[in-house]
Design a protein around this ligand. Structure first.
Ligand code: PXP
Length: 238
């Protein structure tokens, strides 16, 4: 199965918001990502709007040619925005105002009815749905019950402890379990050119969402080269 590389452009917006200026423009960056071979664009519209703004999402949906994945918390405000803007895909993520970045997968054992109603609303609007979760068997099973099209496996623990085989084994087992439950499998968080190989080699995974390391390397290599290097690392492992 082809492995899609979707680029998260949040940190282009982080740099802009550091000065509350109008550059760098994440919409222009997203276009450049598409031209450099990205298979899709991802952005997280956080409740506190610390990086990506509503106008960025609207701008990307106007000009992008490839699928756009909106990461968001499962709140009434965000569901309304998604229903109005109709991105290709929504990935539901947990969100805490005090966190620096998303710290783990969504706890799908809390308020499962609320989550499944939200997923049904998004699907009714024609939006593909994914849920960002930890690679834990019980969580994967509960997510299948929610009715989502896909899971995004949280790769953060693996990224922090790549030499601990339990972290990559959990992703491998989780991907296999999810496909058995008819869920498509995505993965992301903390992936870099150095650590992406073992994750890209998991055959059930069809999409990676990568942001921070691509934007970081872009400072030294340029955005297009940074994306191409990631693509090469993924292809070498597949
Ligand atoms: N997937 C999800 C659900 C995320 O929240 C993030 C971080 O915003 C990513 C992927 C990308 O992580 P990173 O920026 O570490 O590549």
């Amino acid at each position: 199965m082809f492995l899609r590389l979707c680029i998260n452009v949040d940190h282009v917006a982080t740099l802009r918001q550091a000065r509350k200026a109008n550059e760098p423009d994440p919409v222009a960056a997203a276009r450049l990502c598409e031209d450099a071979g990205a298979d899709g664009i991802t952005a997280h519209l956080r409740e506190d709007r610390r990086h990506v703004q509503d106008a960025d999402v609207e701008g990307m949906l106007k000009v992008l040619r490839k699928p756009f994945n909106l990461e968001m918390a499962c709140t009434e405000e965000m569901l309304g925005i998604a229903e109005r803007l109709k991105p290709h895909q929504v990935t539901l993520v947990p969100e805490k105002r005090e966190e620096i970045t998303t710290e783990g997968g969504l706890d799908v054992t809390r308020e499962p009815e609320l989550l499944s109603r939200a997923i049904a609303r998004l699907k009714n609007a024609g939006i593909r749905t994914a849920v960002f979760i930890d690679p834990v068997p019980m969580i994967i099973e509960r997510t299948a019950w929610l009715g989502a099209d896909a899971i995004e496996l949280h790769t953060g623990t693996y990224a922090h402890h790549p030499d601990d085989v339990r972290t990559i084994n959990a992703l491998r087992d989780g991907a296999r379990q999810a496909v058995g439950l008819r869920l498509a499998v995505h993965a992301g968080h903390g992936l870099t050119v150095k650590n992406v190989g073992p994750v890209a080699a998991i055959p059930e995974i069809e999409e990676l969402n990568i942001g921070h390391s691509i934007v970081s390397n872009a400072i030294f290599e340029g955005l297009a080269n940074s994306i191409r290097a990631m693509r090469r690392a993924m292809d070498a492992a597949r």
